[in-house]
Design a protein around this ligand. Structure first.
Ligand code: C2O
Ligand code: CU
Length: 468
């Protein structure tokens, strides 16, 4: 894959020290979607016209404590319909923000009140679920953190929202729509990377501090593969769900679109030193310096060196009963170099040319989802039963596969049992890879299962899983 050179200089960092817990509880928090201008490229270029939540990119950080209620009133100030999906949370289906499946689209000028209990602690995010490639690609997304009842002890809790933009020379967003090349290949990969909504070069750290770093990949399509080299972070959560703390192989974390990771990092460098974070998601030839960690001249001292971090408490997600689980297979096909000849759509077989004319480039189990979700569901599951889904990628591209409304364990990859099997909501399925995921279908309703490369989702790499 070819990555274009970045137009706006070395990429990098921006620091958010998270604000104290906000009391979102009593009155609804207001989120307004609308056009805005933001300084994505700072002094290196003009302001960028975006679509944003409350005129900010990323949208405001929504922060709660586990067990609280999310009460958010969304107002649509766009010229087109929208919805808001709470990625990784497990709301009732009516609050999941999928147009038609959950609730009707929110038309321009209309409001919708999202109201549900926050069952799980962790690092999540929110974004529209309509015209997703364009709405997210123009800047509509934000992080949502649910704090543990007793969070782990760290000196700083830091959030990096990682994004990728396709900008022109004037720092304006390149047009959307009709790009079948993106949709049939790796999706809309951009040329400018932002952390927390801006292109910067350095991120200040303090010698001796222990940081919890929350990474959220909100890009339309890009994978991030961050290498921390000498810092040796511990991984403590994936997609918001606790893992037993462990060092990362190669000190590297790979995040497909939609995925998150929580790390604990002891800043062990000397005051005044610099350490680089490399992104090598697309191999050594395309590796670049993503960020420079710059140590302040004054050490603060802190919790660095205080031993292995404690595990986060598990979230109340039911464990699948593998011995009695029912197995289904999901085969992903299509795209460029995928060799797909045709597939069923709306009850008839169509060849690849007919499918492409209908805007469908991908198929699951030899079928392509028709419009307006009228087809029978991809999977009809019985409530509270355990399921194993065998995912198989017969395409030439990686796909971050996301299931709504449930957490699942990734129990094997290419036949090899995962130990321990991580709990996730999005799993990155590499070309030719097979994975087994397992979960309890305990959240009744109609749920999306789709690729989080939004250009793939929009060209039919998606389906409906019904639980009743
Ligand atoms: Cu992050 Cu179906 O969504
Ligand atoms: Cu995909």
């Amino acid at each position: 894959m070819k990555l274009s050179r970045r137009n706006f200089g070395k990429l990098a960092s921006a620091l958010t020290v998270l604000p104290p817990l906000d009391a979102f509880a009593a009155t609804p928090y207001r989120l307004r979607l609308g056009p805005a201008d933001v300084p994505l490229v700072l002094d290196k270029g003009p302001r960028t016209a975006v679509w944003a939540f409350n005129a900010q990119v990323p949208g405001p950080l929504l922060r709660f404590r586990q067990g609280e209620r999310l009460l958010v009133e969304v107002e649509n100030g766009l010229q087109e319909a929208t919805t808001v999906h709470w990625h990784g949370l497990r709301p009732p289906a009516s609050m999941d923000g999928v147009p038609y499946l959950s609730h009707p689209p929110i038309e321009p000028g209309q409001r919708f009140l999202y109201d549900f209990d926050l069952l799980d602690a962790g690092t999540f995010w929110y974004h529209p679920h309509l015209n997703s490639s364009e709405q997210l690609g123009r800047g509509l997304h934000g992080a949502l953190i649910v704090d543990e009842i007793s969070p782990p002890e760290v000196d700083r809790d830091v959030l990096w929202v990682l994004d990728d933009w396709r900008l022109d020379q004037e720092a304006q967003i390149a047009p959307f729509g009709g790009n079948m090349h993106d949709a049939s290949h790796a999706g809309r990969i951009g040329n400018a990377i932002t952390v927390n909504g801006s292109i910067e070069e350095t991120f200040q750290v303090f010698s001796g501090e222990r940081v919890r770093l929350r990474l959220v990949n909100v890009a339309n399509a890009r994978n991030f593969g961050l290498r921390f080299d000498r810092l040796e972070p511990w991984l403590i959560a994936l997609d918001g769900q606790p893992t037993s703390p462990r060092r990362l192989p190669g000190n590297r974390v790979l995040l497909g679109a939609g995925q998150r990771a929580d790390l604990i990092i002891d800043m062990t460098g000397e005051p005044g030193q610099r350490q680089v974070v490399i992104d090598d998601a697309y191999g050594r030839d395309y590796a670049f310096e993503m960020m420079q960690l710059v140590y302040a001249e004054e050490p603060v001292g802190g919790l660095a060196g205080s031993g292995d971090p404690a595990a986060l408490p598990a979230n109340p997600i039911a464990e699948p009963d593998l011995a009695n689980a029912e197995t289904h297979s999901l085969i992903f096909e299509g795209g460029a170099m995928g060799g797909l000849k045709g597939a069923m759509m709306d009850g008839t077989y169509r060849n690849m040319r007919e499918l492409a004319q209908a805007g469908k480039l991908w198929a699951i189990n030899g079928a392509v989802i028709g419009d307006a979700y009228k087809d029978p569901p991809l999977l009809a599951l019985k409530q509270d039963r355990s399921y194993v889904l065998q995912l198989e990628n017969r395409t030439a591209f990686p796909h971050p596969i996301h299931l709504h409304g449930h957490g699942f364990r990734v129990i094997s990859r290419n036949g090899e049992t995962m130990d321990p099997p991580p709990m996730r909501d999005t799993t990155l399925l590499m070309p030719d890879e097979r994975q087994e995921i397992a979960f309890v279908a305990d959240n009744p309703g109609q749920w999306m299962l789709h690729c989080h490369i939004l250009e793939h989702q929009e060209t039919a790499m998606m389906g409906v899983v019904s639980v009743s």
